[in-house]
Design a protein around this ligand. Sequence first.
Ligand code: NAP
Length: 470
Amino acid sequence: MREQIIDLAYLASSVLFILCLRGLSSPEQGKRGVFLGELGMLIAVVATLVKTEVVRYDFIVAGLLIGSTIGIAISARLPMTKMPERIAFSHAFGGLATSLVGIAEYLKMHELVLGGAAPDRLTLGALGFEVFLGALTFTGSIMAFGKLQGVITGAPVTWKAQNVMNVGAFFGALLLIAYLVAVPASPLWMFFVVCATGLALGILAVLPIGGADMPVVISLLNSYAGLAACATGFALKSNILIISGALDGSSGFLLSMMMSKAMNRSFTNVLFGAFGTGDSGGQASAKGPAKGYNEATIEDAAAVLQASQSVIVIPGYGMAVSQAQHAVRDLAAALEKRGCEVKYAIHPVAGRMPGHMNVLLAEANVPYDALFDLDMINDDFVRADAVLVVGANDVVNPAAKTDTKSPIYGMPVFNVDQSRSVIVLKRSMNTGFSGVENELFFAPNTMMVLGDAKKTILAFCAQLREGGAH
Ligand code: NAP
């Protein structure tokens, strides 16, 4: 009876996980999706804790308390811009936990096999995958965290025959797992070579990938962690782990593909292309501003906004850095009060993670129906009176449409260059995440207002107040 109730609880959790993923695919349903996922996880954890196999709770309670305290302490103080680092950090420990469970189970099974028990080859294979992928996720995620945090260089680290070596190590480990399944009484060191290869490959595979591609890598590592959890499910004969691991693995993989597509890059180019040098971080660009640009005063730019009947706001990573979302909403409200129509253009890879801009604007209570995807708004730029670019760079770079030699050529971008007047808010003339110079900033109808985006927008609001009503 108890087992049947537990199975029913797992079924309910699986359905909730699927509804969670469905909810996460739209900003309106996102919060509900997260709630359903949390509920599913709570049910799955409670159902697991009442299993008869669980004989003592002291270690579980201690782990729960320590883990929750550290998790809450980290998350409570974390700014949104650090979310990719936070996710990489969590994946690292997910991978480590999976690996340790796999090692413990393998050692148990190996002892039984040496004692004469018949080997369960499916479980052996699952344990091999679990430990290999878990170890790879652990070190790979630590590397991704280090690159994003700037502890390790964000530039791709490459050397000759690197890809051949990495692919060789990957298939070598798979062959060794196959051998361990075929010969279950193999010496233990062979199994530990699989663990060590996973650990080394996590480091080696992330080294040649530039900081700009880390969000794609993190999503891919998420997918590996899911696959490792799925393999754990086979090893422990746990349906909920198989289902949730498969959901995690497939959704992480699809997300990585979608991000690559939105940047018009192939998956192999991201993984083996050694592209992206990392954020300029406000430092002077190596090339430096070669041409002239129109630096506008707050008063001049505010006057353009004041005279506009339709404004399109394009938020980018800089809005996240300066936490300007509330100020942007207030500016939009002030413009709307004057009869101006304000729309927000949301690029799929603006910021540093999928949905980054949606989350920030939702936090500032910007209504969802004011947000427009690239396809929905790209024909409107030609008609807009003014475009306000708030800390966006790559997603408004016309080189992606015109310069076949540009590394971002082919990435879909907003048609800002077709607009009558463009106001760009950023701190300097530095390049964006891809390290490519932006011709838009040197166009005759572009006004550059240099400085922190939030401060500039607050100054615009003050100007509009001073300017009074029409
Ligand atoms: P971006 O190209 O990285 O440019 C952001 C700009 O914000 C920078 O040029 C920076 O210029 C400015 N900035 C930084 N702090 C600022 C502040 N406090 N105030 C004002 N401006 C500030 O950003 P994006 O246009 O959003 O493009 C996103 C990039 O990330 C794309 O290359 C995309 O492919 C990549 N990416 C995104 C994802 C994703 O899922 N969203 C995933 C992978 C890769 P200054 O330093 O001069 O201020």
